[in-house]
Design a binder for this molecule. Structure first.
Ligand code: ADP
Length: 585
C-alpha cells in the first residue's frame, strides 16, 4: 500500500486530467452495458414487428439509430479516456524518471564507489520501463475492467438475478486464485528485474573496458559470465510466465464452467417461460462482454505484480540518503581570496578504517602545494575532500576563514577547478567540451581559453575545427591533446582554487612541453593543490607535502626536503630521477 501511495504521489499533479479520464472511463463502462440494453430493445422490436399489422417500423428505425448513436458516443468516450489516462500516466513516469536521475546525480561519491553503474542504469531504464508499461496497460486496465464488470453485473441482476448468482458463485474462487498466483508472480518478477540489472552490469563493465578484455584475450571468459546471468534471467522470466499462464487458464476454465451452467439453467428458464429469449440473448451478450474483463483481469494482474516489483526497486534507490548534507542558508561565496586550510583532518571511507590522520596544512592564495607520496598514501582522498565529495570524520577544511561546511555547495564547487588524470570528454563537439567549464561563455572566451591551453592550434587544424565531434571517451585525440582540452575547460571556468591530478602516463617531449606550458598558465595566481608526478611541478612548488599511510611525514620546499635526506629524498632518488633524466635528455 505504501508503494501505491508513492506511485500515486506522481499522479497527483495531474489530478484534473486524471479525474476527467476516470469519468470518461466510467461513462465508457456505462455505455458498454447500455448498448447491450439498446440492442435487447431492438431485438424485442424486431420480434414484435414480425407480427403483421403492427406499427413497428418507425420504432425499429428509431432503435437502430439510437444503437448507432450509443456506439458512436461509446467510441468517442473510449478515445478520450484512453488518451487522458495515458497522458497522465506517461507524465507521471516522465517525472519519476527525471526525479530518479536528479536524485542519482546528487548522491555522494561513496554511493558510487559501493554500487555498480550498470545495475543503477538498469533501474532507471528497465525498472521504470516495466512500471510504465504496467501503469498504462495494467493499472488503468484493471480499473476499467472492474468498473465494467460491476456495471454489467448490476444489469445482469436486473435481467435475471437467479442467473446472475451463477456468475457470482465463480467470483470468490477467481479472487482466491488471483491472490495465490499474484504473490508468486511478484517474487519471480523481482528476480527477473535483478537479473536484468546484473546483465546490464556485466555489459557496462566489459564494454567500457573492452581494451582490457581484448588484451587479456578474455572474450570467452566474459561471454561465459554474461551468458550465465542471461540464463538466470531466462529462467526467472519463464517461471513468471508459467505462473501467468496457469493463472489465465485456471480463470478461463472457471469462467467457462460458470457460463455453461448459466446456459443450462437459462435454457431451462426459457423452456418454462420464466424469461424471454431476447432476455437470454441479452444476458449472454453481456456475459461475453464481461468474459473479456474476467480473463484480462488475470493477465493484467501479472503485469501489475511485475510493476510493483519494479517499483519496489525504484523506490529503494530513491530512499538512499545523500551523506553530503547541505545546511540550509549556507553562505554563497562571492569574492574568494583563496586561502585554504586543512585543520586536523581525519577521514575514513569505511567506519573504523582511518585513511587520513590529522592532516594539517595551509595553502596561501596563489601558492602551489604539491602532494607526493607512494600510491595509496591518500593524495586523491585529500583532494576529494575539498569539493566535499566526501565528508571528513574529524577536523575542518577552511576557505578564507570559513568552514566549507557552511558554504553553499554549488558556490563552493564553482570556485574549484579540477583537472583529473584521465580527461573525460563528453560526446559532442570540442567547443561544447571546453564550454563545459562555463556554459554561458562566448565564442571569443572559448578560443582564448583554448589558446592559453595550447589547444587552439591543433583544434584549428582539424577539418571541422571547434565543431569536431569527439566520440565516446575522446577517441581520436591523443593523450596530450585531451589533457589540453581539459586545461582549456578549467581555464574557462576560471576558479580560484585548482586541483591538479597530474597524469602519470608519459607524453612525448613536444606534447609534454605544450601541456606544461598550459598548466603553468592555468596555475598562475590560483591556489593550487597538485597531486604531483612531474619533476618540474614539484621543484617549482611553494611547498611539498610528503604523505605516507595517510599521515604527513615531511613538509618543505624541494631543496629543504633534499637537504633533510628523509623520505622525500629517497622517494625522489627512486621515482623522480628517471623523470629528471628524461627532461634533461
Ligand atoms: P593515492 O591517491 O595517494 O594513491 P588514495 O587517496 O587514492 O591514494 O587512497 C588512499 C587509500 O584509500 C587507499 O588505501 C585506498 O585503497 C583507499 N580508498 C580509496 N578510495 C576508496 C573508496 N572509494 N572506498 C574505500 N577505500 C578507498
Amino acid at each position: 500500500m505504501k508503494l501505491l501511495k508513492k506511485i500515486y504521489k506522481y499522479v497527483t499533479p495531474y489530478k484534473g486530467r486524471l479525474t476527467l479520464g476516470i469519468l470518461s472511463m466510467l461513462l465508457h463502462s456505462f455505455l458498454t452495458v447500455y448498448v447491450v440494453k439498446v440492442f435487447k430493445d431492438l431485438m424485442e422490436t424486431v420480434i414484435s414487428t414480425l407480427e403483421p399489422g403492427k406499427q413497428g417500423l418507425s420504432l425499429l428505425t428509431w432503435s437502430a439509430l439510437v444503437l448507432i448513436a450509443a456506439y458512436f458516443l461509446k467510441e468517442v468516450v473510449y478515445y478520450w479516456q484512453r488518451f487522458l489516462l495515458a497522458y497522465v500516466s506517461q507524465k507521471a513516469i516522465r517525472d519519476l524518471r527525471n526525479d530518479l536521475y536528479y536524485h542519482l546525480q546528487n548522491l555522494s561519491l561513496s554511493f558510487y564507489s559501493k554500487n555498480k553503474v550498470g545495475e543503477i542504469m538498469s533501474r532507471v531504464t528497465n525498472d521504470v520501463g516495466v512500471l510504465q508499461n504496467a501503469i498504462v496497460n495494467g493499472a488503468i486496465g484493471i480499473f476499467y475492467e472492474l468498473v465494467t464488470l460491476l456495471g454489467a453485473l448490476i444489469y445482469l441482476f436486473i435481467i435475471d438475478f437467479k442467473l446472475t448468482l451463477f456468475v457470482l458463485l465463480a467470483l470468490p474462487l477467481i479472487t482466491y486464485v488471483l491472490k495465490f498466483f499474484n504473490i508468486k508472480i511478484r517474487k519471480a518478477s523481482r528476480k527477473v528485474q535483478i537479473k536484468l540489472a546484473d546483465i546490464s552490469h556485466v555489459l557496462e563493465e566489459t564494454l567500457s573496458s573492452i581494451k582490457v578484455v581484448k588484451s587479456f584475450g578474455r572474450e570467452e571468459y566474459e561471454f561465459e559470465r554474461f551468458s550465465a546471468e542471461n540464463d538466470e534471467n531466462f529462467r526467472a522470466r519463464v517461471r513468471s510466465e508459467q505462473y501467468g499462464a496457469s493463472l489465465t487458464s485456471i480463470i478461463e476454465f472457471i469462467t467457462a464452467v460458470s457460463f455453461t451452467a448459466i446456459l443450462w439453467y437459462g435454457g431451462y428458464e426459457v423452456m418454462n417461460g420464466y424469461i424471454k429469449v431476447s432476455e437470454l440473448i441479452a444476458f449472454f451478450t453481456l456475459l461475453l462482454t464481461i468474459m473479456n474483463p474476467l480473463s484480462s483481469l488475470s493477465k493484467l494482474s501479472t503485469t501489475l505484480q511485475q510493476a510493483l516489483a519494479a517499483a519496489e526497486r525504484i523506490f529503494e534507490l530513491m530512499a538512499i540518503d545523500n551523506p553530503v548534507l547541505e545546511e540550509k542558508n549556507n553562505e554563497v561565496l562571492t569574492n574568494v581570496v583563496g586561502n585554504l586550510e586543512f585543520r586536523n583532518i581525519s577521514f575514513a571511507y569505511n567506519q573504523g578504517e582511518e585513511i587520513l590522520k590529522d592532516i594539517d596544512f595551509e595553502i596561501k592564495p596563489g601558492e602551489v602545494v604539491a602532494l607526493v607520496g607512494p600510491s595509496g598514501a591518500g593524495k586523491t582522498t585529500i583532494a576529494d575532500l575539498i569539493p566535499r565529495f566526501y565528508e571528513p570524520t574529524k577536523g575542518q577544511i577552511v576557505l578564507d576563514g570559513k568552514d566549507i561546511k557552511e558554504i553553499d555547495l554549488v558556490s563552493l564547487r564553482t570556485q574549484i577547478g579540477i583537472v583529473p588524470q584521465e580527461t573525460i570528454l563528453f560526446s559532442g563537439t570540442l567547443r561544447n567540451n571546453i564550454r563545459y567549464g562555463r556554459l554561458e561563455a562566448a565564442e571569443e572566451e572559448i578560443i582564448e581559453a583554448a589558446r592559453a591551453a595550447n589547444a587552439h592550434d591543433f583544434i584549428f587544424k582539424l577539418p571541422n575545427g571547434y565543431d569536431t565531434v569527439v566520440g565516446e571517451r575522446g577517441v581520436g585525440l591523443s593523450g596530450g591533446q585531451r589533457q589540453r582540452i581539459a586545461i582549456a575547460r578549467a581555464i574557462l571556468k576560471n576558479p580560484r582554487i585548482l586541483i591538479l591530478d597530474e597524469a602519470t602516463s608519459a607524453l612525448d617531449t613536444e606534447s609534454e612541453v605544450l601541456v606544461q606550458e598550459a598548466l603553468n598558465r592555468l596555475m598562475k595566481s590560483r591556489t593550487t593543490l597538485v597531486i604531483a608526478h612531474r619533476l618540474s611541478t614539484i621543484k617549482n612548488a611553494d611547498k611539498i607535502i610528503v604523505l605516507s599511510n595517510g599521515k604527513i611525514v615531511e613538509t618543505g620546499t624541494h631543496n629543504q626536503l633534499m637537504e633533510m635526506g628523509g623520505i622525500y629524498y629517497s622517494l625522489y632518488k627512486s621515482n623522480f630521477r628517471s623523470g629528471q633524466n628524461k627532461s634533461e635528455s
